[in-house]
Design a protein around this ligand. Structure first.
Ligand code: UDP
Length: 339
């Protein structure tokens, strides 16, 4: 298939591009490089530096490249930033998706796999979270993605040959098993990379955001799904989509690890004593979040291959110790104050 990948220079998008190419697809990446890295784009993918807001440029590309499917990753994804810059989030994530859909509409491209998020569920009353758990986002990031899910449903209802899947990610972690791609955010706010940057001495310490939760060790529990597994699910979904379908899947491993367990795993994997501090809770953090991923297993046979936290962290460590400054030159990670 000919696949357009907006956001193909980003963390998850670049891993998806690699897998698409390895599966024999022809890939065209569009990215405005506001967060992504040109070096992360697979050499066999065509690359166009285009902003999602540029509907005419997207339309032209979709037509010229005879695109069959769009795998849409391009988005801003920091919860804290979305609270202080909601317009930026609705502009990039929601209006950007509308622009892309308009281009697809004009070019007659009828299939989309969309990166959604478990943040659309907000603070669910119970876990594990199933796809029918009520969606009540609690921050602009979650709402910006929720809006796109809503828009896709309405667009699909009016265009019966259009199909889409919204994939609700839990905590994506790890790096390409072959060491070729990694995770490089500026600022870095996510737990696994921050723990590894602390192991490298680039971060003075990793602060645990709350150790007084009602969990066995008092720290928050999350579902860490490996990026390679996650990307495999995208390809399985793309292959399965038939005209007129609207699919929704949770992507997680179906069990949770606590912040303390992740830190302990990183200690074992790196052999380093991870410097840890304990701070207050981060606003908006529910105690426990993990997926019920039975639906995609039942319907498409996908399930995460990597469910052991040491293995997941080890793939990330493989990248971080070989690329201590990511895709770029030395960064000032110490200034990244969580979120
Ligand atoms: N966390 C933490 N210290 C950090 C970064 C994250 O204690 O420096 C916690 C965070 O409060 C949450 C979990 O680790 O409970 C995962 O956070 P992350 O930001 O990686 O992903 P999120 O769950 O927000 O998508």
């Amino acid at each position: 298939m000919n696949v357009l990948v907006p956001g193909g220079a980003g963390y998850i998008g670049s891993h998806a591009v690699k897998q698409l190419i390895e599966a024999g697809h022809r890939v065209v990446v569009v990215d405005n490089l506001c967060r992504g890295h040109g070096q992360a784009v697979h050499p066999k993918a065509a690359f166009h530096e285009v902003d999602l807001a540029d509907t005419p440029a997207l339309t032209a590309l979709l037509r010229e490249q005879a695109i069959d499917c769009v795998m849409h990753f391009a988005a801003l994804a920091y919860v804290g930033e979305s609270v202080t810059d909601p317009l930026g989030y609705y502009h990039n994530n929601t209006a950007g998706a509308i622009s892309l859909l308009r281009a697809m509409d004009a070019a007659g491209v009828r299939r989309m796999v969309f990166s959604s998020t478990c943040a659309t569920y907000g603070e669910p009353e119970q876990t594990p979270i199933v796809e029918t758990t009520p969606q009540r986002p609690i921050n602009p990031y979650g709402w910006s993605k929720w809006c796109v899910e809503r828009i896709l449903q309405d667009y699909q209802a009016a265009n019966r040959d259009f199909s889409f899947a919204a994939l609700r990610y839990f905590n994506v972690a790890g790096c390409a098993a072959d060491g070729s791609l990694g995770e490089d955010h500026e600022p870095e706010t996510h737990l696994v990379p921050r723990v590894l940057l602390a192991a490298l001495g680039q971060l003075e310490k990793v602060t645990v955001f709350g150790a007084d939760y009602a969990t066995p060790d008092g720290t928050c529990i999350r579902d860490y799904v490996h990026v390679d597994d996650l990307c495999k699910a995208h390809i399985a979904v793309m292959d399965a989509l038939r005209p007129g379908e609207a699919r929704f899947y949770n992507l997680g491993i179906g069990k949770g690890y606590s912040v303390q367990e992740v830190i302990d795993a990183a200690g074992r994997v790196t052999g380093a004593a991870i410097p840890v501090g304990y701070g207050p809770r981060r606003p908006g953090d529910p105690a426990v979040l993990f997926a019920d991923a039975a639906k995609i297993r039942r319907e498409l046979g996908w399930q995460a291959r990597w469910t052991d936290i040491d293995t997941i962290v080890a793939t990330a460590w493989n990248w971080f110790r070989n690329h201590p400054h990511g895709y770029r030159q030395p960064r000032n990670i110490k200034s990244a104050a969580g979120r």
